[in-house]
Ligand binder design. Structure first.
Ligand SMILES: [Zn+2]
Length: 183
């Protein structure tokens, strides 16, 4: 599963009344949040954990697999990502995502780091995944490419910083592409 764009919640998930922006005293002082007047429910809007993998193909000379999402109009290749699901650990989740999206089997996982992606209200948990097998992309991915680590160009946002940190750990000073943030 790749990650859809965020939307604003309108209704209480407990009683289905309309939520309102209301200020209330919390531990950190007065805070305005979407709250339900009918039942007292607060929509905390905590960031969602997103799992990401730098996939190193153990059976393809250590090349790194990056993939292009079918929904993207620009020709950019990025990490495999997906939402963490209830009842799984981050490690179980990223193994599942790699299998679902590429059909590759993960041999080993190592945490690269945890990264903010505030624009999407997400927190990215990024792994280095050593994987092997025949690549079969899910319909969500249009194409993939195998890169020599030295040739990878990073993007200055979210998972791009995870990739850059992984490259640094491998002794490659990361190169970044020009990137325009949406206004
Ligand atoms: Zn309610």
């Amino acid at each position: 599963m790749s990650v859809p764009t965020k939307h604003e919640v309108k209704f209480c998930s407990n009683c289905a009344s309309a939520l309102e922006w209301l200020s209330m005293d919390e531990d950190g002082g007065a805070k305005s949040r979407l709250r339900c007047v009918a039942c007292g429910y607060t929509h905390w809007n905590n960031p969602t954990p997103v799992l990401a993998a730098v996939i190193e193909c153990a059976d393809r000379d250590g090349k790194v697999l990056l993939a292009r999402n079918a929904a993207w109009t620009h020709r950019m290749f990025a990490l495999i990502t997906g939402f963490m699901e209830a009842g799984e650990s981050p490690e179980t989740g990223i193994r599942r995502e790699v299998m679902e999206e590429t059909a590759l089997e993960v041999d080993a996982l190592r945490l690269i780091g945890v990264y903010e992606f505030e624009r999407m209200n997400q927190v990215i948990i990024a792994y280095h995944a050593t994987a092997r097998g025949e690549v079969q992309l899910s319909p969500e991915l249009a194409e993939y490419k195998l890169f020599d680590p030295a040739d990878i160009i990073c993007w200055p946002a979210g998972t791009g910083y995870a990739l850059a940190d992984w490259l640094r750990g491998r002794g490659h000073e990361p190169k970044f592409m020009e990137f325009r943030r949406r206004p």
